[in-house]
Design a protein around this ligand. Structure first.
Ligand code: ATR
Length: 275
């Protein structure tokens, strides 16, 4: 019998995960299938447990269930523990549910391996302080950037996040946060958009001083057309203006590796989705 996997969310029908994971499965010759699983908004835990009782092996978790997923795990990876959010569930042979968060590794790999962007010693501005940003902060800080500033519309949320990740302030890196008006008026090497603003076609207010020497801007959202943030990056002469498609594929590869113990090749699927 094939092993079953799925991506669970609400809504879920437009997810690209089945295409990506099925491609990985073919490429690595794994005997498995991967579908979408729509969960009622008030029935996440029940839907997950039912899936595992019916021989499901693993789930990717997407909006709006990453926090609930964190809560139902019996065991958590270090990244998931810190992030307070889980995007990968793995049903163990003993019936325990293991939760991981592969989003941070996904963005770091896309930046560093796929696009040759160095994080060590760099100045990074992160926009947003919601679940998406929580998920990526630890792997980014581990690369020892010189400075990270988290800017958020609601300043208190950015300050809370900085407090939570305070243990990552080392001799090399400094981590600060606040409202948009508190962003240091200096150039940043990398600006990451982790806000939901571009869903509404909006841009966070980024001071012009921040992008004088911008090597890369990265939108965690992705779209077939350039997102408003990617367009902003191009208009402001970012050397690289990337959206989150690469991150999506890399976080999927990390989940796949956790489940199957084999690392798929990600470049072909990127070219398939963005010819
Ligand atoms: P997610 O889990 O996807 O990060 P979230 O926790 O709701 O979702 O966080 C959304 C982020 O986008 C927050 O940082 C939010 O700012 P607030 O904390 O002030 O709400 C940010 N955001 C949403 N719409 C925005 C907009 N129009 N301009 C700037 N920031 C926006």
């Amino acid at each position: 019998m094939k092993d079953h996997y799925a991506v669970i969310g609400n809504p879920i029908e437009h997810s690209k995960s089945p295409l990506i994971q099925s491609y990985f499965a073919n490429e690595t010759q794994q005997f498995m299938d991967y579908t979408t699983l729509l969960s009622p908004l008030d029935g996440f835990e029940q839907t997950v447990r039912q899936f595992f009782q019916q021989h499901g092996k693993g789930l990717n978790v997407t909006v709006p269930f990453k926090l609930e997923a964190w809560n139902l795990c019996d065991e958590l990876s270090d990244y998931a523990q810190q992030a307070g959010a889980v995007n990968t569930l793995f049903y163990q042979d003993d019936g325990r549910i293991y939760g991981a968060n592969t989003d941070g590794l996904g963005i770091v790999r896309d930046l560093m391996v796929n696009n040759g962007v160095t994080l060590q010693g760099k100045r990074i501005l992160i926009l947003g302080a919601g679940g998406a940003v929580r998920g990526i902060l630890q792997p980014i800080m581990q690369q020892q950037p010189e400075q990270v500033f988290i800017a958020n519309r609601t300043a208190a949320k950015a300050e809370k996040l900085v407090e939570h990740f305070a243990s990552f302030q080392s001799v090399i890196s400094t981590l600060n946060g606040g409202g948009y008006e508190e962003i240091p008026l200096q150039s940043f090497d990398l600006i990451i958009n982790g806000t939901a603003a571009s869903l509404n076609g909006m841009l966070p207010p980024i001071p012009v001083e921040c992008c004088q020497n911008m090597q890369c801007c990265y939108d965690m959202m992705y779209s077939d057309k350039p997102t408003p943030f990617v367009q902003w990056g191009r208009d402001n002469h970012a050397v690289l203006a990337l959206d989150g498609l690469g991150m999506l594929i890399e976080q999927a590869a990390e989940s796949f590796q956790l489940w199957r113990g084999i690392r798929p090749n990600t470049a072909p699927v990127f070219h398939l989705l963005r010819p």
